[in-house]
Design a binder for this molecule. Structure first.
Ligand SMILES: Cc1cc2nc3c(=O)[nH]c(=O)nc-3n(C[C@H](O)[C@H](O)[C@H](O)COP(=O)(O)OP(=O)(O)OC[C@H]3O[C@@H](n4cnc5c(N)ncnc54)[C@H](O)[C@@H]3O)c2cc1C
Length: 459
């Protein structure tokens, strides 16, 4: 069979690519070895946000007296939390499978493997196409921590499928997945110890955004060790023990279970990329801004290119690759990194768009910064949600906002106002002129803008 575009992988990136290529008039095949649904729906964003909601409700119940309510005995039923998650995920996955079975594409439910730069093997069939879009996602990476494999560990996949919780857990890593799951388990009554190599959790972002989360995790009873060197993991009758150095001291922590949440790697297993002549660097498929690999007719989108492991960017990349593949006679489209957004669904939430201070300093980009704390904001005080702050970075002359960051209540929702302002290349003065209803959490978004407007070089 011959197609214009063959998409390999039917997750967020692959489905978006197939849909966009078909809309642009291409004859499209999509190949997924199943189960249909992709990481986001089956083992990523959606299941994690569903279980986090249970823990969030439980945390609020524990605070009943603070709001003048009679105390509530909050207790979690892990099997029931899991049942709710499974019920909702089944609906989302069925919907995605229906989308993939759209008669406007041809869906092959098999593994794909390249035979040459223009052909793939799918089961007993050989398919050829003018262009290919690889969207095969990622998988949990192995990390060479001595003794880890031998002692046994669970991954985020296992953590999200648990029907019973352990008494205690060591979480290795402190990226978004690690920290979200650590807070979930801590809130449902597991004694959690989080061990992280960098000096602060969520180390890709600015340190000031991580600190309020760290403080909250400690307040809720989690032991958080940052700036550690993990030596090894051992196991014995008491459970698994992490041996690590912290502030020059040798330490050990023992727990029933180790959650290895150190990161994921692109999934290229079985694709036979050598036959396609597609280059691989450090386990990922490098791409340019048009999402092309070193083979101009082969694109790679989503987690498999290792650029940003988040869904909305996977979707954007899929759409860009699809357009470039389906419309070769049109000027190519490319990814705009300016509005790169990252969100961590902890409590407090962390949401960032655009540049961090770290990135500005590394790349010598001049900026002005200002921030404002939630504990000085009326609506947050009413809600009893006073952890965190809002921070902006803007150009010193024009006041154009180049980075906006929120750590605090509803950060994941509020950041979208700032994404919209930045989309239109808005300035701190624009933010001051946009009306904000009172009393809302969003009002806080004008406060750092006020400080920055007063500091601009061209007022
Ligand atoms: C616990 C967790 C929580 C997360 N939470 C969030 C969040 O809140 N927000 C967010 O934006 N991101 C989140 N992510 C990340 C997000 O899930 C991923 O970035 C996104 O799902 C990647 O989409 P994708 O299309 O690249 O890959 P996938 O969705 O993994 O799709 C890849 C598809 O390719 C198929 N496939 C693989 N190899 C082959 C082959 N050889 N032949 C045929 N088919 C193949 C697979 O079956 C799969 O369906 C989370 C991730 C985890 C693990």
């Amino acid at each position: 069979m011959n197609y214009d575009v063959i998409v390999i992988g039917g997750g967020s990136a692959g489905y978006a690519a197939a849909h966009a290529a078909q809309t642009a008039g291409a004859r499209v095949a999509i190949i997924d070895r199943g189960p249909l649904g992709g990481l986001c729906i089956l083992r990523g964003c959606m299941p994690s946000k569903i279980v986090l909601r249970s823990a969030e409700v439980m945390a609020l119940m524990r605070r009943a007296e603070e709001f003048g309510l009679l105390p509530v005995k909050a207790g979690a039923d892990p099997a029931a939390i899991n049942d709710r998650k499974n019920r909702l995920i089944r609906q989302f996955a069925e919907y995605r499978a229906e989308q993939l079975r759209d008669p406007r594409f041809t869906l092959y439910e098999e593994g794909a493997s390249f035979l040459s730069p223009r052909e793939v093997r799918v089961g007993a069939d050989t398919l050829s196409a003018k262009s290919f879009i690889i969207a095969t996602g990622s998988t949990v990476a192995d990390f060479p921590v001595p003794g880890l494999r031998e002692s046994g560990y669970i991954t985020s996949d296992d953590a999200l499928a648990m029907r019973e919780t352990p008494r205690s857990m060591i979480v290795l890593g402190a990226g978004p997945v690690a920290v979200e799951l650590a807070q979930f388990f801590c809130r449902v009554g597991v004694r959690v110890t989080l061990i992280q190599r960098s000096g602060h959790i969520l180390s890709k972002g600015d340190e000031d955004l991580a600190r309020p989360v760290e403080a909250r995790l400690r307040e809720e009873g989690m032991a958080v060790y940052t700036g550690t060197q993990l030596r090894r993991i051992s196991s014995g009758s008491g459970g698994r023990t992490a041996h690590f150095t912290h502030r020059g001291e040798e330490k050990t922590v023992t727990a029933e279970i180790v959650l290895q949440a150190l990161g994921r790697r692109p999934c290229i297993d079985g694709l036979n990329l050598e036959a396609a002549g597609v280059a691989v660097e450090k386990g990922r498929i490098p791409v340019d801004a048009e999402m092309r690999t070193n083979q101009p007719h082969i694109f790679a989108v989503g987690d498999v290119n290792g650029l940003h492991e988040v869904v909305h960017i996977a979707i954007q990349q899929g759409e860009i690759a699809a357009y470039n593949a389906a419309c070769p006679d049109q000027p190519p489209r490319s990814l705009d990194e300016r509005l790169k957004t990252a969100i961590v669904f902890t409590d407090p939430q962390v949401a960032s768009v655009g540049l961090t201070e770290k990135e500005c300093r590394t790349n010598n980009i001049p900026y002005l910064a200002a921030s404002y704390p939630f504990n000085d904001h009326g609506k947050s005080i009413c809600l009893g949600e006073t952890h965190g702050h809002v921070k902006y970075l803007c150009r010193p002359r024009t006041g154009e906002i180049i980075g906006a960051h929120i750590v605090g209540p509803q950060a994941a929702e509020m950041i979208h106002e700032l994404i919209a302002v930045m989309y239109y290349r808005g300035t701190v003065n624009d933010l001051l002129h946009i009306p904000h209803y009172h009393p809302t959490l969003s009002e806080i978004l004008t406060y750092p803008a006020e400080e920055l407007a007063g500091k601009l070089e061209c007022r």
